[in-house]
Design a protein around this ligand. Structure first.
Ligand code: DP6
Length: 337
């Protein structure tokens, strides 16, 4: 017996950043975050649940995944198996059409696609909210990729306990505030320090972490209000502030995700803004600067950013759809797919 489901999910870029976790199990964020889901980049994941497999298998971009990635996938699959009352192991094939683990939010789209495909393959009739909670347990930013357009994830309670459900919520559809996000690719390689590890180190040794825990929610509240009011400039200003505050906190703990290209690209965004174009920068746990602009400014800003030394290419993304199933099937004969 085999049941297969294929899902596609897009990365999301946090405008108000999540950085830091609540104490205790369950991967609950310490600050609320708000993101835009992007259409230009995608993860496609195929999950086949097979009765004759003895352990989960995972390939990422056609290569067998390392033990750590496989363990994270198995943890998600174990939750699905418990809920569905099955012991079938999974054969998982996941491909990204953009660099993996380099701060381009591949864990967000990766775990969103895996959660959607695994739940469907197991026959669980879970809606987006329940599946978002499942994705959050693996990678909190993934909870937001279940939804298209703009989505938020509230902070969790301290020591909430594993049975508490926390899903991302849709805030506004993709056409609510016209924007483009220009991803300025600074390296095709994997990042040195994962977000989970970086957050842990920041909480342990940044002297500014308490200030961030106060500032993050404040920026989130203001940014959400600006988004709902369709105030593009305020959204951009607050997004840049959120990213810089997050990185100031991380850098103070020695977690430097930036390269020289990041600094050059950030300076270029500010120079573009000084010339009168409403362009704002955001940066995640990697060296790539993402530029937030109005659609009519995307061509000019793209040309501008491509000229920055070290920027390898610029990917233009528009707000996109949430994670979704693109195919499923059930076969009585089983066997490896
Ligand atoms: C900088 O969701 O990757 O992209 O929950 O530990 O897997 P884990 O962290 P992850 O962190 C994302 C951090 C960020 C900001 C954001 O997306 O909000």
């Amino acid at each position: 017996m085999s049941r297969t489901a294929v899902a596609v999910a897009h990365p999301n870029i946090a405008l108000a950043k999540y950085w830091g976790k609540r104490a205790g199990a369950g991967n609950f964020p310490a600050v609320p975050s708000l993101s835009v889901t992007l259409a230009g980049l995608a993860t496609t994941t195929r999950v086949a649940l097979l009765d004759d497999l003895t352990e989960d298998r995972l390939t990422l971009n056609g290569e067998p995944a390392d033990a750590r990635a496989l363990a994270r996938a198995t943890a998600l699959l174990d939750r699905v198996r418990r809920a569905a009352g099955t012991s079938a192991r999974a054969s998982i094939e996941s491909t990204n059409d953009f660099p993996t683990s380099s701060g381009l939010a591949s864990s967000a789209s990766g775990f969103a696609a895996l959660a959607v495909a695994a739940a469907r393959a197991a026959g669980l009739d879970w809606g987006a909210a329940r599946t978002s909670d499942l994705a959050r347990r693996s990678s909190a930013s993934a909870a937001r990729s279940l939804f298209g357009g703009f989505a938020e994830l509230e902070a969790g309670e301290e020591n909430a306990g594993d049975d508490v459900v926390l899903s991302a919520l849709p805030v506004a559809p993709s056409d609510h505030l016209p924007m483009r996000v220009l991803v300025c690719v600074a390296t095709e390689g994997a990042k040195a320090i994962g977000s989970t590890e970086g957050m842990k180190a920041t909480a342990q040794s940044s002297p500014y972490h308490d200030a961030w825990l106060r500032e993050g929610p404040r920026i989130h509240g203001e940014l959400k209000a600006a988004l709902l009011a369709r105030d593009f400039e305020a959204v951009g200003t607050l997004a840049e502030r959120s990213a810089l505050a997050m990185h100031a906190n991380a850098i103070a703990a020695g977690m430097v995700y930036w390269s020289g290209v990041t600094i050059e690209a950030l300076a270029a965004v500010r120079a573009l803004r000084a010339r009168g174009t409403a362009a704002f920068a955001t940066i995640d746990a990697g060296p790539h600067v993402k530029v937030i602009v109005r659609p009519e400014d995307a061509a000019l800003a793209g040309t501008w950013m491509r000229a920055v030394p070290g920027v390898l290419r610029v990917i233009e993304c528009e707000p996109g759809e949430g994670a979704r199933i693109i195919g499923d099937s059930e076969q009585a004969n089983g066997g490896a797919p």
